[in-house]
Write a protein that binds this ligand. Sequence first.
Ligand code: GLN
Length: 244
Amino acid sequence: MSKASLFVAALLFAVCAPLAAAEVVVGTNAEFPPFEFTDDNNNPIGYDMDIIQAVADAAGFSVRIQNQAFDTLVEGLESGKLDAAISGMTITEARKQKIDFSQPYYNAAQVIVVQEEGEGYETIEQLKGKIVGVQLGTTGAGMVETVLGEDNPNLKQFRKYNEVFSDLKLGRIDAIVVDLPVAQAYMRRLSGLRISSPRMSEEEYGIAVRKGNAELLQKINDGLTAIRANGEYDRITDKWFQEN
Ligand code: GLN
């Protein structure tokens, strides 16, 4: 190689290596409207997708979205396959043992969904003896486990919310425990369902990173602070939640 081409190669490396390093692989489960779901071309869209893109733009990194099952996101971070995750994920003490969370970016709550004509359960205790559908690995699943018990066959754990809601419509289960905005989004798609409980928990969503990845966490927190200050956060929130 000539000196000149060596120089060009070194220069290209110097310019491109930091760019490549700045790509952040972000896991999500695009089954959770309006936070993440897929468009007609199977591309993940939604509130979380806009938030992470705005954060990345503000903090100067690029994002590659990886769509996978919700209950594999934490292990994806632990094993290093994912750099970050945004998936309507509630900040919990149990998860904080394994991963780190950004500042909260959304407040949600668990609610009970039933058939419009069916019995309306108002508390988690009233679900005892009922067949209840949840998504695997969620805070809603944890709440139902506390009354039904972990190994109770009446606790139906699904990987896809589509299937939980269609089973409720078909009367295969008596109730669903799910995050309120997601219940509302599915009820707009499917008729004949209603929310029967008040808010049963107060939960905050955070963006997760691998435990100890302080550099990326700082960028994400700085990005969140920046988009709250410049109006982008409000614009995205209005876009997806203007009906509330
Ligand atoms: N907020 C709930 C949790 O963190 C549900 C998240 C989800 O199903 N995507 O467990």
